[in-house]
Design a protein around this ligand. Sequence first.
Ligand SMILES: [Fe+2]
Length: 454
Amino acid sequence: MATPLPRHEDPRGDPVACSRSSAIEPCERGLWRLVSFVGDPLADFDAALALDPDCAMAHLARADAHLLLAERASLPAVRESLASAAALLPRAGPREHRHHAAASLAAAGRWSDARLAWEALLVEHPRDLLALFCAHMTDFYCGDASNLCLRVARVMPHWDASVSGWSYVLGMHAFGLEECHRYEEAESAGRAALALQPRDPWAVHAVAHVMEMEGRHEEGVDWLRAREPDWAPNNGLAYHNWWHLALFHLEDLDTDAALAIYDKHLPVLLGELVLQRVDQTALLWRLKLMGCEVGDRWEAVADGWEAGLEQEAGFYAFNDAHAALAFIATGRDAPLARLREAMAAQGRRTGRSAGDLPAMQREVGLPLVDALVDQRDGRHRKAAWELFLLRDRAPRFGGSHAQRDLISQTLLACAVGSGDAGLATHMAQERLASKPGTPLTGYWMGAARSAGVH
Ligand SMILES: [Fe+2]
């Protein structure tokens, strides 16, 4: 029988099996980078392993950092770290075993089963910040608004300001509250998190979401601009908060300002993350719906999607749908057909072992792409009703309400394109209820009322 590794404790009192307790400090730094998106957590986990090659938690945190990118391309690195951790498990403790099981399920595409495994960890270790963050981000990828909020709420009584990482828990809760439409509480939790730790882009982001959902676009610009030094420099979430800033400008119909942000802060780069390409695409599509000329920007984004097609197509429906937008916008029929084929192949997988990804394709990804093709081909009324129908289950394929507003705005464009002012106005009135005073709502109401008038 293998000799058990010594048990040490992290700053929250959770057990860490490793030979040298000095490995815990770089692990903690990596965990901080993970939850704050500051810099590269992998370098810290590697530093921990350099100090103590027996530290399974460093391998496991490394696997989780790759997993949370939600890319198929990251899976080999996940499996490599999981294999390294597995070799240490006979000498490690139950916490390491459970983390390994959860990450292995997530790596197999069984995201909901992984969330259950992380939840079981949280029952035992409610201060396990790594388990909480992994579950929270996977809740986001699964569009599970309820658990984005309640999973955090369930562990909060075990935390307070004296526990390392508390402000990030508040930031997660803020985002979950926002996705549950509890805007006042969300803003208050986000501001409380930032009062403790201003450099928390997820909390900044949660409050920005509240402002987005309430049509407070001018406040949103001020909010993000004033706090830019805290969320932008050397931060993995910065591109997404820049995207939110661009959305606030779009809400004001200031397309020049949105494009200026796009050009300066959402550059199309070789080897960028799929998450970044999603934001580029989502911004350009909204501009397209508004009839805004974006020059050759679409081509570069579509090139990126096409370069990653072999690797990523048919993996995560939310990403695939954005790739489809870029191919449709650039008239790339062959890549679009290959993408749809890969999505359909994923959608045909069944059974619990197939995990969550096939249903995301079947229920949302594929019908969304088909509706977009109908829109492209001028079948606007059909596309509008298809979008109306799938929108109700769209949270199933992940993302936030703000991201999925792209579907609602596409629906509006289809209703306007159908030439039926009654239908278009009916759809636009929904936006009027949540963002009554914004110029973008005015734009859609105007477009709807004049639909069919030439
Ligand atoms: Fe967001």
